[in-house]
Design a protein around this ligand. Structure first.
Ligand SMILES: [Zn+2]
Length: 253
């Protein structure tokens, strides 16, 4: 199957939703719909309906519009089998499972940390990842339910994907993430470059999403907990301990 079109659209205050559609198709897949009006708008613009809904995790700002979308389009809701706080799925999926919609194959990656039942969806054939609130551009989600070991292992799963993977995450938090990243990694030239670009995007009212895994391995401090730089910065060679310190520093930044 060819590369799907991915339409990013803003929801609520700083969430992103995504509409995935094969070129020329009239139905597609909504990821984490929370803003009903915005979802309808993106569907109308594309003269399409939402045949499926993918849910990454149960937070309200990712699922608030699921029921309304389903009643309008009779969409098939897909979510993680262990997440009993999401709107009732028509089809549940599990870690490592591959399922197909409109000829596109999606792989399920369980990424606990932000919530215990958080999952990412990976279109392997085209290296496209929907990371929800696990990995952001230059940051990661808050650790509401998991522990540092769990969250770090989730990030390692993402880190093991191909470097040209395009990452579509759940929020536009990039500029504030970069501010924190620069505070602990001020001489990182790649990060400075990302900061310049992100500021320019902001000036032009453009999103800073998608990013690539390659850029994130160079710039995102949370993916670099196992780097020599942060080993020395935190005086530790334990990435889980470094992750814990970094996450709590960001929470209090
Ligand atoms: Zn969340």
């Amino acid at each position: 199957m060819g590369i799907p079109n991915i339409y990013l659209f803003p929801q609520l205050s700083d969430n992103y939703g995504y509409f995935i559609k094969n070129p020329h198709a009239t139905e597609g897949v909504l990821v984490d719909p929370s803003d009903y009006d915005m979802c309808l708008k993106i569907l109308e613009l594309n003269d399409s309906i939402a045949s499926h809904i993918l849910i990454t995790h149960h937070h309200e700002d990712h699922v608030a519009a699921v029921d309304k979308i389903k009643s309008k389009f009779n969409s098939i809701i897909i979510g993680y089998s262990q997440d009993n706080q999401i709107p009732k799925p028509d089809q549940t999926v599990d870690e490592g499972q591959i399922f197909e919609i409109h000829g596109q194959k999606y792989e399920v990656i369980h990424t606990p940390g932000h919530t215990l039942q958080h999952i990412n969806y990976f279109i392997k054939e085209h290296n496209i990842l929907f990371s929800g609130d696990t990995l952001f551009n230059a940051g990661c989600g808050r650790m509401f339910e998991g522990d540092p070991k769990m969250f770090w292992e989730s990030l390692l799963k993402i880190k093991s994907l191909p470097l040209d993977t395009k990452i579509y995450c759940g929020h536009e938090y990039t500029l504030s993430n970069i501010k924190f990243a620069l505070s602990i990694d001020p001489d990182n030239q790649n990060l400075k470059k990302l900061a310049d670009w992100a500021n320019q995007q902001e000036d032009e009212h453009r999103p800073t999403i998608p990013t690539t895994l390659k850029d994130q391995t160079l710039c995102n401090p949370f993916l670099r907990c196992d780097s020599e730089y942060f080993y020395s910065y935190y005086d530790s060679k334990d990435p889980e301990e470094i992750f814990a310190k970094m996450r709590s520093a960001k929470d209090n930044f």
